[in-house]
Design a protein around this ligand. Structure first.
Ligand code: PMV
Length: 345
């Protein structure tokens, strides 16, 4: 009798541990039209809709396992247990447990292909990978829309890393209406996306704080007024694969977004001297006939858009003229989050 109970217990445990582990790989996305400011802080409902594209060479791989063998959540990010996002990750796991109606603790191992929390959208790739791996490990099957909603609860921009290619996040007015959708697949437009890394330092103001501070800028209402029209124009430029119009809107939007940082209370300055050097180099190259345009997220690292045939020329000039440049990562538009078979533990 004792033996029988033991066997039953072991079998049940084997079944659970097999079923309750999953791994997902998800891309970072860089916004063309930025999400900045929230009307609902708990649900991450944004003040405005946004547009972005997923990147193939900036990604996060995350394995999640729920099991009786874990007495508390154990979170390892890039080999470390003391990441600044640990609390947010645990609260995201709580949302997944609530959805799946389970009470098991989890082990989460996550690896970024790029420096995290340095203004390169690691929260987008991180929380979308966590949403997909976590919900799959917990045994719940979600539609793309539901996954985008779940990812949004972790980090707003993560909602845009779930669908493929070029993506629009419609701001919505509630949890059910605020999610992202693909507007064009990754291979619709063969853009070259050059990510410049000028520092690996973690930034000093987290996005969650920046979203709140934005509302204090006197320019914020003006920014919101023009944004739907800007999204319309940007979507048309993408549809027509019109790099000039796309690039002009991209840069103007980036500077508009940065004007909110500079005029928030207290103000935020994410730039480094090399950030400005790269922005100026874009204009210089355009004057020489090489079309290239910049944007950046809430951080110092410019992301450049150009035609593939110009990539090499631009990278050579970056290396020659920006001594602070640590690395360039070349990207193409990419599909969204996917389940992968190889676990990290
Ligand atoms: O998702 P969050 O809360 O990390 O905010 C992202 C904000 C920006 O990256 C600056 C803009 C965007 O739309 O991705």
């Amino acid at each position: 009798m004792v033996v029988k109970v033991g066997v039953e217990k072991r079998e049940r445990f084997k079944y659970i541990s097999h079923r309750m582990k999953a791994t997902a790989k998800s891309p970072a996305n860089i916004a063309f039209i930025k999400y900045w400011g929230r009307r609902d802080k708990t649900l991450n409902i944004p003040e405005n809709s946004s547009l972005s594209c997923n990147l193939n060479n900036l990604s996060t791989i995350t394995t999640v396992e729920f099991s009786e063998k874990y007495k508390k959540d154990d979170i390892l990010i890039d080999g470390k247990r003391d990441d600044i996002e640990v609390e947010r990750i645990i609260s995201h796991l709580d949302k997944i447990r609530e959805l799946a109606k389970i009470d098991l603790k989890a082990k989460v191992v996550s690896k970024n292909s790029f420096p995290n929390s340095s203004g390169l959208a690691s929260s987008a790739s991180g929380f979308s990978a966590l949403a997909l791996a976590g919900s799959t490990a917990a045994g719940i099957k979600l539609s793309e829309k539901q996954l985008s909603m779940l990812a949004r609860l972790g980090s707003g921009s993560a909602s845009r890393s779930i669908p493929d290619g070029f993506v629009e996040w419609n701001k919505g007015i509630s949890h059910e209406t605020s999610f992202a959708k693909s507007i064009y697949p990754a291979d619709y437009w063969d853009l070259s996306i050059i990510v410049t890394i000028i520092t690996k330092d973690k930034k000093d103001v987290k996005n969650t704080i920046g979203h709140t501070m934005a509302l204090a800028s006197p320019f914020y209402p003006t920014r919101l007024q023009g944004i739907d029209e800007k999204i319309k124009k940007m979507k048309k430029a993408i549809k027509n694969k019109d790099l000039k119009t796309f690039g002009e809107i991209l840069e103007a939007e980036c500077l508009n977004f940065i004007s909110i940082h500079l005029t928030s209370t207290p103000y935020i300055i994410y730039w480094e001297p090399a950030t400005i050097k790269i922005m100026k180099l874009c204009r210089k190259l355009r004057n020489e006939g090489v079309e290239v345009y910049f944007t950046m997220d809430a951080g110092p690292q410019p992301v450049l858009y150009c035609e593939p045939r110009n990539t090499k020329k631009i990278v050579n000039r970056l290396k020659k003229e920006v001594k602070e440049l640590k690395k360039v990562v070349l990207n193409k538009p990419h599909h969204g989050a996917r389940i992968v078979n190889k676990h990290l533990f």
